[in-house]
Design a protein. Structure first.
Length: 187
C-alpha cells in the first residue's frame, strides 16, 4: 500500500469517527445543564483505535464543525455559544482525553489493562475539565458542579468504558494495517 493510499484510508477512518461522535450527540438525554450523550463513547473509541495523533485530528475536525455552526453538538446544536456555555468544558476536554487515551493505549501496546487505564484516565480528564468549566461558567460551588456535572454520568460512562474495550478489540484489526504503515504503533 502506498503512502498516499494509507493517508486516504486514515482520512476516511478519521472522517467516520468524527461523524460517529456527531451522531452520538443526537442521542441526548437532558439531566440538567449537561446532557447524557454518546459522544464520549466515540471519543474513547477514536483514542483506542485511531491512536493519539489521528484521534486528535478526528476530535479536532468534530469540534471545528461544531464551532462553525454545523449541528453536531448535543441535541443537534452548533456554534461557538456551545463552547462558551456550560457544556463547553466537556467538549474541549475531548481533545486532551483522546490524546491521552491514545498515548496510554499505544504505550501499553494495546493490552487490555492499559486500554482500561487509558479509558478511566480519559474519562476522569473529561470530568475534571468539564466540571471545572461548568463551575466557572455557572458560578456553582464545587459540590454542586460535581453533583450535576459528574455524578449523573458515572454509571453510564462505566458502561461506555466496558463496551469500548471489546469494540476496540474487534475493530483494531481493520484499522491496524493503515496505522502501522503510517507510523503509529500497533500490536
Amino acid at each position: 500500500m502506498t503512502h498516499q493510499s494509507q493517508q486516504l484510508r486514515m482520512t476516511v477512518y478519521v472522517s467516520l469517527f468524527a461523524a460517529l461522535i456527531a451522531a452520538g450527540s443526537y442521542l441526548a438525554i437532558p439531566v440538567g445543564p449537561v446532557p447524557i450523550v454518546l459522544q464520549n463513547f466515540f471519543v474513547m473509541l477514536a483514542g483506542l483505535i485511531l491512536g493519539r495523533r489521528w484521534g486528535l485530528v478526528c476530535v479536532g475536525i468534530y469540534l471545528f464543525a461544531g464551532l462553525i455552526g454545523l449541528p453536531v453538538f448535543a441535541g443537534g446544536t452548533g456554534g461557538i455559544g456551545r463552547i462558551a456555555g456550560p457544556t463547553g468544558g466537556y467538549l474541549l476536554s475531548y481533545l486532551p482525553a483522546v490524546w491521552i487515551i491514545g498515548l496510554i493505549s499505544e504505550t501499553g501496546r494495546k493490552r487490555l489493562v492499559f486500554d482500561l487505564a487509558a479509558l478511566i484516565f480519559g474519562t476522569v480528564l473529561v470530568y475534571a475539565i468539564g466540571a471545572s468549566w461548568l463551575k466557572l461558567i455557572t458560578g456553582m460551588d464545587w459540590v454542586k458542579a460535581g453533583s450535576v456535572g459528574v455524578l449523573p454520568f458515572l454509571i453510564g460512562d462505566a458502561l461506555k468504558v466496558a463496551a469500548a474495550l471489546p469494540v476496540a478489540k474487534t475493530l483494531r484489526p481493520v484499522v491496524s494495517g493503515a496505522l502501522s504503515s503510517s507510523g503509529e504503533q500497533v500490536e
